[in-house]
Design a protein around this ligand. Sequence first.
Ligand code: GDP
Length: 452
Amino acid sequence: MHLDTIVALATPPGVGAIGVIRVSGPKTIELVNEVFKGKDLTSVKSHTIHLGTIRDGETIVDEVLISLFKGPNSYTKEDVIEISCHGSQFIIQQLIKLLLRKGARLAKAGEFTQRAFINGRFDLAQAEAVADLIASENESMHSAAMNQMRGGFSQEIKNLREELVHFASMIELELDFAEEDVEFASREDLKKLINNLKALIQRLTESFTLGNAIKNGIPTVIAGKPNAGKSTLLNALLNEEKAIVSDIPGTTRDVIEDVINVDGIAFRFTDTAGIRTTEDKVEAIGVERTMSKMKAASVVLYLIDMKEDQPEDVDKEIAFIKDLGVPYLLIGNKLDQAKPAVQKQLEDNNALLISASQKQNLENLKEALKELVSLDDFKSGNTIVTNLRHYESLMQTNEALDRVITGIDQEITNDFLAMDIRNSLHHLGEITGEITTEDLLDNIFSKFCIGK
Ligand code: GDP
């Protein structure tokens, strides 16, 4: 039970046309009503909006709109008021200070959402999706978060849990009848069930690679010999992006730095510092650092210099990149000044031919990039795990299930078997929040912004 009434600015700090101050808790209506001049808020209906002024004694602080939601039909399931005021820093500060003086307390980061979770509005995985939704920067991040928030992921976890609970209760029933040596659950059936669960968990954990890529951008590396045109290409790709984004006021360069969006998929160019500095120029292919950075990437754009490279070098480079075991695009650069023999060689290897400096064929390059990453799972609307915490819990569930299978094979006693099953249930419960600790909750919600 939360007795505090909390308040925070819900819109971003800074000057805006309007600012929204959110208040939630048992005293919300009474407290705002004390400073509001307009309708008597204690006698209005839920989900209504009211124009009036907020006054500090005789001083009018602002003319505002009050949106009123009565619990449990609100975001937090408590009484909630959102005050839309003029978006001046000064006004916002005055309003918040006034409410604090009247007895509200400043909300901690994520506290509104934390209350929504505690009051049962949604489970933990859904609450976490709210943070992802707010942070979503492109279409794929948005739909993964939206699916999770709407409970797609939670439902899969719930189904898993239900099957396991059934399983556990059978085993525990057998424990009750231990003297009689009965077997309610055929061990073969149980193993089948567990293997089904493991397959589902595997699908979910495998989706994390994609989920992580969606959330953080697909790690992409541009590689190639010194002077192949790596930084020219990177700048060409990024500049285009910046040109689009810089039209939107308030977007900082930092946010989009080294990320390009292709049809809603973010490609994050990693280790680009190396490309930009001259230090990289001394690196030849095969150098260990280049190798490891390419192997760590999900996608490698490998540039070959069609102007300077000799055909025999090109053969070596192609063999090298094919061997690397990472999805790659073979790209012939400097199409404007290519040696015909080398160009032919690259065409024979289905390379994409571009000119980075002339910005030629860059659209095709982006198209090819998009096709390189398999997003089938994503398109089919399958559940995708995007959260590291969920991924770790799934892995732990899987380990516990492995122990159950080994246990069955080694015919260990039912009480140990039941313990391992309970253990898998525990880890699944961590995902949706049936099992929580204060530390875990603090850790999750502190990552939210204040006011959410
Ligand atoms: P990096 O060492 O791989 O990063 O290569 P740079 O991007 O610094 O490019 C090396 C040189 O190649 C520079 O002088 C670029 O202007 C030039 N260059 C890059 N792309 C092209 C291209 O498409 N055509 C031609 N002719 N020159 C290019």
